[in-house]
Design a protein around this ligand. Structure first.
Ligand code: GAL
Length: 437
């Protein structure tokens, strides 16, 4: 199957509308059935079911793409690992350090050669980096794609899947982002399934545990079947841009934070331990300085809101910024352990929209300890007074709840029936509610 470069395949407005309609239809299922059972899939994969048993909570870590694009090298990766150990990110749960596109030696088609790393960028080789990561209590990820070339034009894995899977394993790799770019828009479900099956199968057959990210733009409703083919996460749309709420999609292709949030609305049923909807890597702290992503950057509050949303959506938390030089606010955002706990909860539930009207958007989900999480998001440009009611909005038969604000790190008291708070533009107040007598 020939591959087209991702960014050439633009998402047309009519396709976008169609998908929004599809998502709205899906969102009619009840919360609990969404949370616990995957709906009946009429399009059962044409291949045997695979499951690697990994990533029981959403993978957390860093990926090179959003900040650096293909400008990556050994020094950057070593310094990134060191920084994450020193600044507390590793201990907060960010253990993956993932090389994205650009580590490979050769551009263009494969020409029967083993995949090789760029020896100028990585003089000691990839296994050296994996060993360095492991020595530091972290993991190393790598990138390839099911085409003759990857999205950035490097040699791809098509036709060499087993050879490459075995080589990644021999390098002690822990995570593979396998990226079909946004090609295959017009391909049949079976064709796309075959693409991921061919890599998933040899990865699973190899004794080394390797988490699989089936990266794709959501074509053929990948969330319906990728988990059954051994993928641990799959992108639900095109690339994120470094914007919180850019008018329309940048270049008709990029999704800002609110676009991505809306894209995933209704996909809750497909999220579960080991199988995650992927809302794309974090843009927190990029501040418009990315070498690769388009976008003007966002404010500290907007980045914090983006982080809160990704956390409660139980999507992978792969930060894309340069962690060697984080300012205090950004580090506090990324290492808020009370927010991270929402993402890493063992139930693995993706928060769903419980109330939406005007600029007010409330998302919520239950946690494994019986508490609930609520994000009160103000999508507009003026401050809003937002209230959440235990019974009417959350369906909770609680008279009183004790309310904790997870950004203030403060117990706000015990409230009967509801809680009300002022939320500034583009902020999300995140609460954890506990039933109380
Ligand atoms: C894109 C993908 C990005 C990045 C890039 C590398 O298709 O969405 O996240 O991996 O390819 O070329």
């Amino acid at each position: 199957m020939s591959k087209l470069l991702g960014k050439q395949m633009k998402f047309t407005i009519s396709q976008h509308l169609f998908r929004i309609l599809a998502v709205l239809l899906l969102s009619t299922a009840s919360f609990f059935s969404q949370a616990q059972d995957t709906p009946k899939n009429e399009n059962i994969p044409a291949f045997e079911k695979l499951n690697n048993g990994l990533a029981k909570t959403p993978p957390m870590g860093w990926s090179s793409w959003n900040q650096f694009g293909v400008e990556i090298n050994e020094k950057l990766i070593i310094e990134t690992i060191d920084a994450m150990v020193q600044n507390g990110m590793r201990d907060a749960g960010y253990v993956y350090v993932n090389l994205d596109d650009g580590w490979q030696a050769d551009k263009g088609e494969r020409q029967n050669k083993p995949l090789d790393y760029d020896r100028e960028k990585f003089p000691k080789g990839i296994k050296y980096l994996a060993d360095y990561a492991h020595k530091n209590g972290m993991k190393l990820g790598i990138y390839s794609g099911p085409g003759e070339t990857t999205c950035a034009g490097y040699a791809g894995s098509q036709g060499y899947e087993k050879q490459d899977a075995d080589m990644f394993a021999s390098w002690n790799i822990d995570h593979l982002k396998y990226d079909a770019c946004c090609s295959h828009e017009k391909a049949s479900k079976v064709e796309v399934q075959e693409v991921f099956y061919k890599m998933s199968k040899p990865l699973i057959e190899n004794p080394k545990d390797i988490v699989l990210h089936a990266c794709h733009c959501g074509w053929t409703d990948i969330w319906e079947w990728a988990g059954d083919l051994g993928a641990n996460h799959w992108r639900i749309g095109q690339d994120i841009s470094d914007d919180f709420d850019y008018p329309k999609n940048r270049e008709g292709y990029y999704f800002d934070v609110l676009d991505m949030l809306d894209r995933g609305d209704g996909l809750e049923a497909y999220n579960k331990p080991g199988q995650w909807n992927d809302f794309d890597m974090l843009i927190v702290g990029l501040n418009g300085q990315s070498k690769e992503l388009v976008g003007a950057g966002a404010s500290n509050i907007e980045y914090r809101t983006h982080f809160s949303l990704w956390a409660i959506l139980s999507t992978p938390l792969l930060t894309g910024t340069d962690v060697r030089s984080l300012d205090g606010f950004t580090l506090d955002t990324l290492t808020n352990t009370e927010i991270i706990a929402l993402n890493q909860d063992s139930l693995g539930i993706q928060a769903k929209t419980v109330k939406r009207g005007g600029n007010i958007h409330i998302l919520a989900k239950p946690m494994s300890d019986g508490s609930w999480v609520v994000a009160m998001l103000n999508r507009g440009s003026e401050t809003e007074l937002i209230s959440v009611r235990w019974l009417n909005d959350l369906g909770l038969d609680w008279n009183k709840a004790s309310v904790r604000d997870l950004w203030k790190h403060k117990d706000m008291g015990i409230y009967e029936e509801q809680y009300q708070v002022e939320v500034i533009s583009h902020q999300a107040v995140v609460l954890r509610l506990y039933p109380t007598k």
